[in-house]
Design a protein around this ligand. Structure first.
Ligand SMILES: [Zn+2]
Length: 252
């Protein structure tokens, strides 16, 4: 082997080692992983940069939403919360509960009794007290400050669509060209004005309903947090990615 060829090979080896070290560093610095537990469910946290924006995937059976968020958090800054579950309901004590029905004590009461109507004396109160403590800690980490917003990603399977949200909404922008099962729910009127000028279905829900079902949107509204629910048909990954990208571009 000539000396020239040898030095060329050495350079290649060095470049390979450097790129490996560099890639690992980017991985560690930009996307530190950690987790947090709420109602026995572990949430994996993926963060990118320093933005106040927060994203959450709550229903384990809505895999398109998970993939959309995995893609999105690599490109845009914020912290993404991924529930460690493959099913909609999560096991909790001796029953299962919908993780998007436990963001209030009242919602939790109904969620705990849905699949287990009868609890031995005192045990339901204990479970509710435990959820109260964990919820407070979880929401302290999840909720963005005033400069950010919270995006929740969901998928629907059959009948659910934007028209089912009409009665709960203060303003509605439904586009003829869009499928009614793909839409955004937002809780901030300024956000609504910006989002509704785009191509997607958008509804504004900035008034608390009479009966709180314990979903995250109402808790965000109580806290005056800008909340956005991105809902698409299961399997429509590129649609969900496009709506997320649109939100990032239109809102500040
Ligand atoms: Zn969902």
């Amino acid at each position: 082997m000539t000396l020239r060829k040898q030095s060329f090979l050495n350079k290649i080896v060095i470049i390979h080692i450097l790129s490996f070290v560099f890639a690992k560093e980017i991985n560690d610095v930009s996307f530190p992983h950690s987790n947090i537990v709420f109602a026995n469910a572990k949430f994996d946290l993926v963060s990118n940069g320093n933005s106040s924006n927060r994203y959450i995937w709550l229903h384990g059976d809505e895999q398109t939403a998970k993939m959309a968020l995995e893609y999105h958090i690599k490109k845009y800054q914020g912290i993404a919360f991924f529930i460690d579950s493959e099913t909609r309901e999560i096991p909790f004590q001796s029953t299962i509960i919908d993780p998007n029905r436990i963001f209030s004590r009242k919602g939790s009461y109904h969620a705990l009794r849905k699949f287990k109507p009868h609890w031995p004396p005192g045990t339901l109160k204990n479970a509710l007290d435990m959820l109260d403590v964990e919820r407070k800690e979880f929401l302290n980490v999840l909720m963005p400050d005033e400069s950010g917003y919270l995006v929740s990603l969901h998928n629907n399977f059959r009948g659910y669509n934007v028209y089912k949200e009409k009665n709960k909404s203060q303003k509605v922008s439904i586009k003829k060209t869009e499928n009614p099962r793909d839409f955004i729910i937002c809780t901030d009127e300024n956000d609504y004005e910006k989002l509704s000028s785009g191509p997607f279905n958008v509804v504004l829900q900035n008034k608390l309903p009479e009966s709180d079902d314990g979903s995250l949107s109402w808790e965000a509204l109580r806290r005056n947090v800008r909340y956005l629910n991105v809902e698409t048909r299961l399997g429509y990954l590129s649609k969900q990615k496009k709506i997320l990208k649109f939100i990032e571009e239109v809102l500040d």
